[in-house]
Design a protein around this ligand. Structure first.
Ligand SMILES: CCCCCCCC/C=C\CCCCCCCC(=O)SCCNC(=O)CCNC(=O)[C@H](O)C(C)(C)COP(=O)(O)OP(=O)(O)OC[C@H]1O[C@@H](n2cnc3c(N)ncnc32)[C@H](O)[C@@H]1OP(=O)(O)O
Length: 184
């Protein structure tokens, strides 16, 4: 993968920092927002990704490419695949139980992905430096050790919950995240 300097942890970056209370090995992560396009179970046309952490630090999920996800006839759209990578990376940082957003997402497409393919997604954190978290993901065709079709590297930046309240829908945020306080 041609990961850029912007998605490479600087020397001295800390390791991943899963939060106490985050899902442990073998447990599902759940959705961070019911109407999220990537993971929301109340989104009518979303990807409906469901992730599990095998070890408390990495995250795995499966994504079966459907007709609604085509770019060329019979093949997955690259933007949809990037969305799946963004989501599984976002799910892996959700293990930190702190609010982060995608600042930069780099995606390499290594093989076409036909409709009907199940991509086995995996994401992990390569380092944390201040508010910046560095993460990578891959999507393998057919099984967890199948050929790699997509790779991604990302920079996520930690924000306060105020980010979502100020720029988005504060009431829905409160409805779904009672455990966070948002300053008025
Ligand atoms: C019910 C509600 C839901 C609740 C949610 C709960 C929490 C969930 C948590 C986790 C689950 C996540 C699951 C989601 C999965 C999908 C994720 C998405 O799709 S997120 C949407 C798309 N992304 C955006 O909309 C960001 C838009 N951008 C921004 O808001 C800002 O640009 C932001 C916050 C990224 C940075 O702005 P600044 O003003 O706070 O900070 P500055 O100083 O600019 O940047 C901080 C550092 O990062 C670097 N940086 C920022 N952007 C960069 C970039 N694009 N490339 C490289 N470096 C960048 C800067 O150079 C700076 O570095 P130096 O500290 O100086 O070393």
């Amino acid at each position: 993968m041609t990961r850029s300097a912007l998605t490479t942890p600087p020397p001295g970056a800390a390791g991943p920092r899963p939060a106490s209370g985050a899902p442990g090995p073998g447990e599902p992560l759940g959705s961070h927002y019911s109407r999220c396009f990537g993971c929301g179970d109340r989104h009518p046309t979303g990807l409906h990704l469901k992730a599990v952490t095998p070890d408390g630090e990495t995250v795995v999920a499966e994504f079966t490419v459907a007709e609604a996800h085509q770019g060329a006839p019979g093949l997955a759209h690259g933007g949809v695949l990037a969305t799946a990578m963004d989501e599984v990376i976002g799910m892996s940082i959700w293990l930190f139980r702190r609010p982060y957003v995608t600042a930069r997402l780099e995606t390499d497409y290594l093989a076409p992905v036909p409709v009907g393919t199940t991509l086995h997604l995996r994401a992990w954190c390569t380092g944390v430096s201040g508010r910046k978290a560095y993460l990578e993901a891959e999507g393998r065709i057919g099984s967890a050790d199948g050929p790699v079709a997509v790779r991604a590297a990302a920079l996520f930046v930690e924000v306060g919950m105020e980010h979502f309240a100020e720029h988005g829908d504060a009431q829905t945020l409160l409805d779904e995240h009672h455990d966070y306080e948002v300053n008025p």
